[in-house]
Design a protein around this ligand. Structure first.
Ligand code: F0G
Length: 364
């Protein structure tokens, strides 16, 4: 048995075959499962964990999918990769496509893409199209362009190879928990690909006899962009699409999630739940993760903690269960949101003034 480097490709037997091509890899996956000791204690949990996907090469879970999808795109002879994105997919495809030597075109909502993500796509050297419109408009534009020009290779999450890579999160969680699945996995939901991919990962482990039970999946949306959570609350089998989605968590500012059938199935099959949280609850959860655990995430990722708190309050999740919340993207993605987190900042006129301020602050 060969020694394997940790990460997505460690599970290559369970990934699409890429014989003959070298994976386009920058060291994705193998992210830490952080025990949330302080928040866990506050909420009464003994086993509360966060899968910190912000520690991927471009700072989000998208890298898991992109390493697989870009490898296959390269093998297929693609020249120009294209995605619609709220920012993270754009950053990821920009990096992986660069490594593969391919042209990259990203379409992102103008004025609604977090600064860090936009800056990544700039640095990695993608062509950036900023659209006056939402993510859903960007995706429509990409689909239309792909239909007109066969040179374009689309890499949004309807691309099954993306989900194949993203499912490896489930494998890592089970390994980190000593071969056991958690009772619940809580995931923020935007275009609804990730929750579907993670569920697929657990189902496969179960089918191969590697785990003997399955976790329940909780999908969390922002109130202003909650087509699935609103439908779930009404007991509907189809989303209540939102034409003008709005939330501070720009990563999940999506009204027409394309992967909704898979996500609905994941939640229904797992006996799980969809829920939604307000922007206030999201920003409060973001500050909690940073100030109680030292873990910085972007607002969309904090939706999973906000959702967990809500589900505990509602009695859906009990504190004697083992819970993994998925933290999908790094805090640095959205520096503006970080700066809004109620700062304690002072200005000193010079050295003497700074000394006075620092000593006066020592007492709290
Ligand atoms: N969290 C973050 C940080 C994201 O960037 C996204 C999606 C999600 C959660 C939701 O995942 O779409 O699979 O349900 N971002 C996409 C993008 C839409 O373009 O970067 P999902």
């Amino acid at each position: 048995w060969e020694q394997r480097r940790p990460g997505v490709w460690r599970y290559r037997e369970l990934l699409p075959a890429v014989s003959g091509v070298k994976p386009v890899s920058i060291g994705e996956g193998a992210t830490p499962l952080v025990e949330l000791e302080n928040i866990g204690r506050m909420l009464g949990f003994r086993r509360l964990y966060a899968k910190n996907e912000g520690q991927n090469p471009t700072g989000s879970f998208k890298d898991r999918g992109m390493t697989v999808a870009v490898t296959l795109a390269k093998a297929a002879g693609a020249r120009a990769l294209v995605v619609a994105s709220t920012g993270n997919t754009a950053a990821s495809v920009s990096a992986y496509g660069a490594r593969a030597g391919l042209r990259r075109i990203v379409v992102v909502p103008r004025g609604k893409t977090a600064l860090g993500k936009l800056a990544q796509s700039v640095l990695y050297g993608a062509d950036i199209v900023e659209i006056e419109g939402s993510f859903d408009d960007a995706l429509r534009a990409v689909m239309e362009a792909v239909g007109r020009d066969a040179r374009l290779y689309p890499l949004n999450s309807f691309n099954p190879w993306r989900l194949e890579g993203q499912k490896t999160l489930a494998y890592e969680v089970v390994e980190a928990l000593g071969g056991e699945p958690p009772d619940w996995v809580v995931v923020p939901v935007g275009n609804a690909g990730n929750i579907s991919a993670i569920w697929k990962g657990f189902r496969e482990l179960h089918r191969h006899g590697l785990i003997d039970r399955l976790p329940r999946m909780a999908g969390v949306q922002a109130e202003g962009a909650a087509p699935l959570a609103r439908a779930w609350r009404k007991g509907l089998n189809e989303p209540l699409f939102v034409d003008k989605p709005e939330t501070r968590a720009t990563a999940i500012r999506i009204g027409h999630p394309v992967n909704w059938p898979k996500a609905m199935r994941a939640v229904r099959e797992s006996n799980g739940v969809f829920t939604m949280v307000s922007d206030r609850e999201i920003l409060r959860a973001q500050a909690m993760l940073a100030r109680l655990e030292g873990v910085a995430v972007e607002p969309a990722s904090a939706a999973s903690l906000a959702g967990l708190i809500k589900l505990v309050e509602e009695g859906v999740i009990s504190s004697d269960e083992t819970v993994v919340i998925v933290l999908t993207g790094h805090g640095l993605k959205d520096p503006q949101a970080m700066l809004e987190a109620g700062a304690r900042r002072y200005v000193a006129a010079g050295v003497e003034d700074a000394v006075k301020l620092v000593t006066s602050l020592a007492g709290g």
